[in-house]
Design a protein around this ligand. Sequence first.
Ligand code: NAD
Ligand code: MN
Length: 505
Amino acid sequence: MTTVKEQKFEAMAVKRETYQLIINGVRQDSVNGETYKVYNPATGEEVATVAKASKEDAELAVQAARNAFDFGKWRHFPVNKRSRTLNKIASIMRSRFNELVELEILDTGKSLAAAQGQVMQAIEDFEFYAGAIVSHRGAVNSMPGAFQNITEKEPVGVCAQIIPWNYPMMMAAWKIAPAIAVGCSVVVKPASLTPLSAILLGEICIEAGVPEGVVNVIPGSGSVVGNYLVEHDKVDKVAFTGSTPIGKDIMARASQTLKRVTLELGGKSPSIVFEDADVDAAVAGSLFGIFYNTGQSCEARSRLYVHEDVYDEFMEKFVAKTKQLKLGNPFEKDTHVGAVISQDQMDVIDGYVKSAVADGAQVLTGGKAANLEGYENGYWYEPTIIADTDHSMKAVKEEIFGPVVVVMKFKDEKEAVKLANDSEYGLGSAIWTKDYGRATRVSKLIQAGIVMINCPFSAFPGTPFGGYKQSGFGRELSIETLDLYTETKSIVSYYGSRPLNPFNV
Ligand code: NAD
Ligand code: MN
């Protein structure tokens, strides 16, 4: 009954007209032959046609992953062989670096600098886990008497990995690399808007020698294919990155089969500029903190708190520099801010700006769609600063996920901490001060998974990434991520010379 068109696997051009599903080590059309088109958000131009997975395809992918996990070789490979394969994936990615960057730009409309950094990090993620897996180990625990306890780390099984559109290549790497490093099989569901890099990464894994069925990639609807995976009784774990409302829904559905769940969700990350900060550094870091990736970043520093003594100086410089940011051709090296992902997202962003204005806030710069010659059919929004805000406003409380920052004044350290923590979210945070004691003190008080001190960067292979509160749980990008893709098996053995007879009968 299936009309699956199978082909022998071989490398194809990175950029091409059609992309298929990857199931059981082969590219294939969806069972019902459905496809859809993806567009470049910067220009509105069509990029490619992509196979659209249905539930039937999700079922095939789960079966392939299950089969690979239960009966395949991958998890039983010596760890150095899995490590070598991860390095091979990285080296193939390096050899196609420019092509992968180009495709990521076409798929997302992001700037060249952003795409280059993200593809490079995806490569380094595989290299990081290639190293980390070799030293991932259990323990020997002491026990009373002639008993020995050792713990082993065993792969958790089949993992559904559902990822968002803002960092398509990087999110795919954050998910696939640690899972396959420990020996799991994965079914990756990329965001419908940006499926291309996950498909390519799946192809590269197979090319590098990852056996069939270990990495499957099935673009499709979140509510159809995503839910199917989340509810499937043959899926052992779901790793999700996306919005907090969908994360809650996934956690509830996954509870029916008691799946292991990790959730990397939304944020509304605060940045605190103290009166003793290096103001120029704080301005430069705050610009990058909110406008990098067009503000479509889970850890975007989208709430800015500035001490009243430096507020005027800071804001004058911050507004002036924001006006200097260059939008436009994403392929130009000096473009700072790329496109917004879609018209829907444009409407969401603009809705928040309008709500802030209606609530009495002031737009200091931006606040509307950007008109760029030659990019009239794309989605562009001006980098936007909103002042005179307070915590009763929707635009201050909720994640906007666009190039919009809300600014507030504070009087002292205590107030700054209180404002920073007054949020449902707890992903990133930033502190700008020259006082080491204050930086340390405040970093301990902030309820967030990540604190950046005098620094706008947070995510590097090896640095744990993840949230407190409703920003989710679990950590990615780090050694401890490997634990989240494994179960701990506790093995107790007796080494005494006299046989045990505890009932003494
Ligand atoms: P989203 O929640 O709308 O979608 C994320 C993924 O989930 C997509 O693949 C989507 O198709 C799928 N999905 C949607 N509905 C589903 C359902 N009912 N069941 C299963 N899967 C479903 O998020 P988005 O708009 O793609 O991405 C933006 C969000 O992601 C923001 O909230 C952002 O903060 C968050 N994010 C978080 C991190 C992090 O590490 N914490 C990183 C990047 C993005
Ligand atoms: Mn796209």
